[in-house]
Design a protein. Structure first.
Length: 68
């Protein structure tokens, strides 16, 4: 079960289970295959750009300083 199925559908993550051999095999394949690695790191992130906390702090700061 994966709460973030969108990432699997987009190819930016992969469900590989908990078996140690499967983990090693899949991570090795990812690191050794530039095409697979490139796709996983360069596709669009469906969860945002990573700047949510900064935007929230900015809004709070403006509100507290009556600049909103």
């Amino acid at each position: 079960i994966n709460r973030r199925a969108e990432s699997v559908d987009l190819g930016i993550s992969k469900l590989i289970g908990v078996d140690a051999n499967s983990i090693v095999e899949n991570v090795s394949n990812l690191l050794d295959n530039k095409l697979i690695y490139g796709k996983m790191v360069s596709d669009i992130n469906p969860y945002g750009d990573g700047s949510a906390a900064e935007k929230i702090i900015e809004c709070i700061y403006k509100r507290l300083n009556n600049k909103y």
